[in-house]
Write a protein that binds this ligand. Structure first.
Ligand code: HBI
Length: 96
């Protein structure tokens, strides 16, 4: 079992991860990424997949051509946990 995110950390999320928003109707982070084309989107997804394995934390995601949508939540916590914040920050770092 993973601990759910405490409320003080929850309030810090917009400042720490300004590019992410709360997923509609869920205790989850969401971000939409746009790339030049499918190759760039898929290359990004390959890098995120390796990160996910490294963190043992896996995104819910979808891809349509140059668009990737990622939702992060912790199934073992039934909502947001520190793992989602770490994963979101690591994904942001990939983009420089
Ligand atoms: N990914 N998003 C997410 N949430 C989890 O709870 C999770 C995961 N990847 C692997 C994982 N948990 C493992 O710790 C096991 O529960 C399979």
């Amino acid at each position: 079992m993973v601990e759910p995110l405490p409320s003080a950390r929850r309030q810090a999320v917009p400042g720490l991860l300004p590019a992410w928003s709360m997923a509609e109707g869920r205790d989850a982070l969401h971000r939409r990424f746009l790339f030049r084309d499918f190759s760039e989107a898929f290359a990004f997804m390959a890098r995120v997949a390796l990160l996910a394995e490294k963190h043992d934390h896996h995104p819910e995601w979808s891809n349509v051509w140059n668009r990737v949508e990622i939702t992060l939540t912790t199934h073992d916590a039934g909502g947001l946990s520190e793992r989602d914040l770490a994963m979101a920050a690591a994904i942001d770092a990939l983009l420089g």
